[in-house]
Design a protein around this ligand. Sequence first.
Ligand SMILES: C[S@@+](CC[C@H](N)C(=O)[O-])C[C@H]1O[C@@H](n2cnc3c(N)ncnc32)[C@H](O)[C@@H]1O
Length: 252
Amino acid sequence: MSETAPSDQHGVASPRKREALELFAELPRRYDALSAALSFWQDPRWRRALVSAVAPRAGERVLDVATGTGMVAAELLSRCECSVVAVDQSPAMLAAARARFAGEPASRIELLQGQAETLPFADRSFDALTFTYLLRYVDDPAATVAELARVLRPGGRIASLEFGVPPLAPARWAWRFYTAVGLPTLGRLASREWAEVGRFLGPSIRGFYERHPVEQIVGYWRRAGLEDVVVRRMSLGGGVVISARKSAAGGA
Ligand SMILES: C[S@@+](CC[C@H](N)C(=O)[O-])C[C@H]1O[C@@H](n2cnc3c(N)ncnc32)[C@H](O)[C@@H]1O
């Protein structure tokens, strides 16, 4: 399936954005099962930790950005009587999310096609915000974090989940071997589309942290007016959950 890339204000979609759209156009069908299996069933646990970090409460309005097939949104809804707005730029991934939430009342879940870089919401619209595996796909992670913080109310909670590179040497060597050999092989066994994911993921994660080390990402969060930033490395560092709250002064 080919998808039209959303573009910037000059009508130009960056190569990174085009690649992300092409990559996710073919993945929704088996995304949930394969993303769990390829992470040795760790990423469902990471998503639960992400949702616990924002601790949604009844009556709150929560934004889930890069919702994909809606797994984080579903976890948010399962925790309490909150309502969730879920945004993704990929029509194919959103179609899978629509199927997942077909039985949910519109008052609880709203699915929107949109871009994390330019969210279609007023300042301070949400009580809490989650985003998953997003920043590797945007051109300017610092500006994107600022845009996400903009739509959060002062005192609101925000958390992200991203793959990580294990910091300790033996785990890092195992991670390098898995992402260089294991993941591409397993991806090839799954399908042509997942073979591409298997090849792409390791270099994408490594390259991202070379350009944006975790400490620098924490700096992006602080500069966006987010405080009490906590970094939680899970599964020896293969998953990284970052959480914070927007300062009461609030910025935007
Ligand atoms: C690896 S999937 C993660 C999906 C889901 N949140 C999960 O828990 O697995 C990454 C998602 O980010 C979306 N995405 C990438 N860049 C985006 C952007 N700039 N704005 C909105 N969504 C984006 C992709 O379309 C894809 O659905």
